[in-house]
Design a protein around this ligand. Structure first.
Ligand code: EPS
Length: 388
């Protein structure tokens, strides 16, 4: 999925913390502690999040690759402590303890639990759920801050909006350029569900409150938009270098993601070819496009229009009352184990979506123009004809 960058995360949801490494980042990218704090705060937010998000402070410890507020070219290494780790020392001790904590033997349908147990020959759901938890996305968001800073230094801006919670659907936000995105983001950030449409946003809040009262969870969908993207990132020359495939794969790696689409997505399947494409308008000002049905991607490459990606998330499988399941010790019917959970994580998912778009676009930018320092990347970009 990545060609110039490598990203790895490690750590359990209730362990001492999450560790992350981002390798292949050029030197000279400016970073501040506030950049990390901002993105991690955005990921914790949203109506319908679990109490966990009030407990976490998400203060990033930079353990390598950054000095005096600039990347050095070495792997960026981050550690994100978990606020409650002290309560879990016996449960997650790397070494045997005198009184082992009771095993969890009822897998949650919809989660990684059952297949994870069988795959790794485990007998305690705890060993699966700790790593399968969406807490891991906090580290992806933290590492993506470096990619966002690189993109921002070449004029690329990335934002997101929630367009669906349960069956409440908002109109798709029309974000034609960086200025429109910035104006919309000011309103989106103020919405408790990251929705640009106030009426739909209010109905989403009500839907989440109703689900909470009913002991249920809700999925939905978000859209990520990237503006100012240079033309020609990705490639049409080989299947696995197509940016649509790489972006799609990265988005589907987000917990709960069930589908991904670009631009008008599935609606294009029922639109005739004469209306489905972004025809050129040629006038005195030159050639331009009057629409962006393609979502900024043609032939597996960026075409200079905003990249528009929509991701649908299923409702969280950790439902408060537990779903019908089976006890793996006895084989008897049982309720899926009950863990603290969000009612709706779609607003947070949107921030994780932004993180994955930042990562894939930064990787494709480095692949396309190259450079071992930010100044080199900027110079290489300026030397080419990469702008609409
Ligand atoms: C999450 C952390 C988790 C859950 C949620 C998302 O924290 P905890 O496991 O302590 O409740 O709130 O993850 C899930 C519901 C899940 O099934 O993975 C987070 O930080 O985003």
């Amino acid at each position: 999925m990545l060609s110039r960058l490598r990203l790895l995360t490690a750590g359990e949801s209730h362990g001492t913390g999450l560790t992350g490494i981002l390798d292949g980042i050029p030197a000279g990218i400016p970073l501040s502690e506030d950049d990390f704090a901002l993105q991690l705060r955005r990921r914790r937010g949203g109506h319908g999040r679990s109490p966990r998000q009030q407990l976490e402070r998400d203060v990033v410890h930079v353990q390598g690759g950054v000095r005096y507020g600039r990347t050095t070219g070495a792997p960026v290494t981050l550690f994100l402590p978990n606020a409650e780790a002290a309560r879990w020392t016996d449960t997650l001790s790397p070494w045997p303890v005198e009184q082992p904590v009771a095993r969890r033997t009822v897998p949650r349908p919809g989660h990684a639990d059952k297949a994870g147990l069988i795959k790794h020959d485990l007998d305690d759901v705890r060993d699966v759920l700790e790593r399968a938890s969406a807490r891991e996305t906090a580290m992806r968001v933290a590492l993506s801050v470096v990619c966002r800073a690189l993109l921002s230094a070449v004029g690329v801006e990335v934002g997101s909006a929630v367009v669906q919670v349960g069956d409440v659907r908002a109109p798709a936000p029309a974000l034609a350029d960086g200025a429109a995105l910035r104006a919309a983001l000011a309103r989106i950030e103020a919405s408790p569900v990251r929705c640009l449409d106030d009426d739909a946003g209010a109905r989403m809040v009500t839907a989440i409150d109703d689900a909470a009262r009913a002991g249920d969870t809700l999925g939905g969908a978000f859209v990520v938009v990237a503006t100012g993207v240079p033309i020609g990132l990705g490639s049409y020359t080989q299947w696995d270098r197509r940016l649509s495939a790489r972006l799609g794969g990265a988005m589907l790696s987000i917990h709960s993601a069930k589908s991904v689409s670009f631009g008008d997505g599935a609606a294009l399947a029922m639109t005739p070819g004469t209306r489905a494409h972004d025809a050129f308008v040629v006038d005195d000002a030159g050639a331009r496009r009057a629409s962006n049905h393609a979502g900024g991607l043609e032939g597996g490459m960026t075409n200079g229009a905003p990249v528009v990606v929509e991701v649908a998330l299923k409702p969280l499988s950790t439902v408060p009352g537990g779903l019908p399941s089976v006890d793996i010790d006895t084989g008897a019917a049982a309720r899926g184990l009950i863990e603290r959970s969000d009612v709706c994580a779609v607003p947070a998912g949107a921030i994780v979506g932004e993180a994955m778009v930042c990562l894939v676009l930064a990787d494709a930018l480095l692949e396309s123009v190259g450079g071992d320092s930010l100044a080199q990347v900027q110079a290489h970009l300026a030397a080419g004809q990469r702008r609409p």
